[in-house]
Design a protein around this ligand. Structure first.
Ligand code: HEC
Length: 131
């Protein structure tokens, strides 16, 4: 009986010390995760989309903050923010087939060589620019 009590006490002591340490470490980790979440530039969609856009011809007609031949990406993101999830597929399709009529009469040239996945990643990056 004495022995069981002793074991229980020791286990209890170890658990409380160990538990305390773990909790501290866990809280710190949570803070880091939250910080990362707030910074969109560490989002993989942001990084991959931006890289794809930089490789393509998009930036000859689009800028992030200024209207060029096409609307600024920030305007596109703000226009569609909060609309349904199908917007990514819709806009990716428009990048691939080209088109006009939403922002004016100027035509966006088609990008038939782009895969659906790459076009969608570009759209996800653009959507992260909303303010
Ligand atoms: C020749 C110039 C040109 C190029 C190159 C171009 N765009 Fe556009 N883009 C436009 C114009 C003009 C519009 C507005 C079309 C409209 O009014 O429907 C537009 C519209 C868009 C829209 C919003 C579509 C909508 O229906 O609201 C997105 C998203 C977009 N472009 C992304 C891209 C991406 C990504 C690329 C590169 C793969 C690209 N564009 C290349 C001219 C261009």
């Amino acid at each position: 009986m004495k022995r069981i009590l002793f074991v229980l006490t020791v286990t209890g002591l170890m658990a409380s010390c160990g538990g305390g340490d773990k909790k501290e470490g866990g809280e710190k980790k949570d803070e880091q995760v939250t910080e990362k979440k707030d910074d969109v530039s560490s989002n993989p969609d942001y990084q991959n989309g931006l890289a794809l856009i930089a490789k393509s011809d998009c930036l000859t007609c689009h800028k992030v903050d200024e209207k060029l031949i096409g609307p600024s990406y920030r305007d596109v993101a703000n226009k569609y923010a909060g609309t349904s999830d199908t917007i990514v597929t819709h806009l990716a399709g428009k990048i691939i087939s080209g088109g006009s009529g939403v922002w004016g009469e100027v035509l966006m040239t088609p990008h038939a060589a782009l895969t659906k996945e790459d076009a969608e990643t570009m759209v996800k990056y653009i959507m992260l620019l909303k303010k």
